[in-house]
Design a protein around this ligand. Structure first.
Ligand code: ADP
Ligand code: MG
Length: 365
């Protein structure tokens, strides 16, 4: 029983953290927790308060209110404060400057206090994990950006931190390297059973790395959950739009239904006349040819088809993006189709939506 509760307790927990600069609430009542061996991504646009949150957990900034716990023990509130160097927290930032005058081995050993022999063992162990055993006696300037990054990871992990805080750690690397280094980093972090809080503004990075995503906006966490849930059950229009292009159809609820050119959507319990936004991702349309003006073949489940005229189509690599002007109201819609589909501008096509994949929200003003 006791063992079970230990396994279940979060490694890092922050409760109701707040920070103000001047009159601005930069971090506004943020709570979250991270388990050992898990990666939680704090994901949100630039300026939403991610780094400030991380700095408070690291102990380099002081919160106005709220508490931080590690393994169930209070490490910081507004009265009590364990200094940063005693929090057993590892840090990794975008500009992870290695010490240029020290060898790779000395860089990695920098935070270690144990005896020389033990130090060497730990350094060798970590460099093997990041596939840099061969570089142990080299100096940072002879290593590539990606290799330096892996040294920085080894250095941060050497003292076996209970928690790793990573602030956009991969954004300085070029695209081709990034995916590989993300995957390697993730594997090492899992092996070391560290609890990781990773800050990023890139949805793809969060989807790739996170066990959990905490979506942040204007200092607040607006949604938290597994990547699948965040993507497929977003809380509002902005949460959809953060991950992909969106199409929005405005309408009104009437008799628990909302009429659109693509058929009716269920809006049970909504007041008559309540404004509704139907939010549709570009990949959730189906396209049909015009069959000489006779419309598409009828299908039961797809609702109603609406006719649109192609404005432009572009090949994007894995998919093609086709932009339409709709016959019924002149509105524009973005549709993506897997692989290559590049109809000429002026082509008329019929669009249906996968209604079960659309999101229905109260309209925002
Ligand atoms: P993010 O990491 O999400 O991009 P930050 O946490 O760095 O955002 O910053 C959030 C907001 O707080 C920004 O508008 C930033 O300008 C402001 N801010 C951050 N640090 C300070 C500071 N020391 N003094 C005043 N404003 C700050
Ligand atoms: Mg930041």
């Amino acid at each position: 029983m006791q063992l079970q509760s230990k396994i279940d307790s979060p490694r890092l927990e922050i409760r109701n953290l707040r920070k103000r600069y001047g009159h601005r609430h930069v971090v506004d009542d943020v709570s979250l927790s991270v388990r050992p061996g898990n990666v939680t991504c704090l994901l949100g646009p630039s300026g939403c308060g991610k780094s400030t949150t991380l700095r408070m957990i690291a102990g380099v900034d002081m919160q106005d209110s709220g508490e931080i716990y590690v393994d169930g023990q209070l490490i910081c509130d507004t009265v009590f404060r364990i200094p940063p160097e005693r929090r057993q927290i590892g840090l990794m930032f975008q500009d992870f400057a290695l010490f240029p005058h020290m060898s790779v081995a000395d860089n990695v050993a920098f935070g270690l206090k144990n005896a020389r022999e033990e130090k060497r063992d730990r350094v060798e162990e970590l460099l093997a994990k990041v596939n840099l055993g061969w570089a142990i006696d080299k100096y940072p300037h002879v290593l590539s950006g990606g290799e330096q990054q892996r040294v920085a990871l080894a250095r941060a992990l050497a003292p076996r931190p209970r928690i790793m805080l990573m602030d956009e750690p991969f954004s300085g690397l070029d695209n081709r390297l990034r995916d590989g280094i993300r995957d390697e980093t993730l594997a090492v972090l899992k092996e070391e059973d560290t609890a990781v809080l990773l800050v990023t503004h890139e949805p793809e990075e969060a989807m790739r790395m996170a066990d959990e995503i905490a979506l942040m906006r204007d200092g607040r966490i607006v949604q938290q959950g597994a990547p699948y849930n965040i993507y497929n059950a977003p809380v509002d229009k902005q949460a959809v739009a953060f991950f992909s292009d969106v199409n929005v159809i405005h309408s009104q609820s009437n008799g628990a239904l909302t009429d659109t050119p693509f058929g009716q959507f269920l809006t049970p319990g909504w007041e008559d006349g309540a404004p509704v936004d139907i939010v549709i991702r570009p990949q959730h349309f189906k396209l049909d040819f015009d069959r000489d003006g006779r419309g598409p073949l009828p299908t039961e489940s797809d609702g109603v088809a609406a006719r649109g005229v192609v404005m432009r189509s572009r090949f994007m690599g894995n998919e093609s993006l086709v932009e339409f002007v709709m016959d019924h109201d002149g509105s524009e819609l973005k549709v993506t189709v897997p692989n290559v589909f590049l109809p000429k501008p002026g082509t008329a096509l019929w669009l249906t939506v996968r209604r079960d994949r659309c999101f229905v929200f109260p309209a925002e003003n």
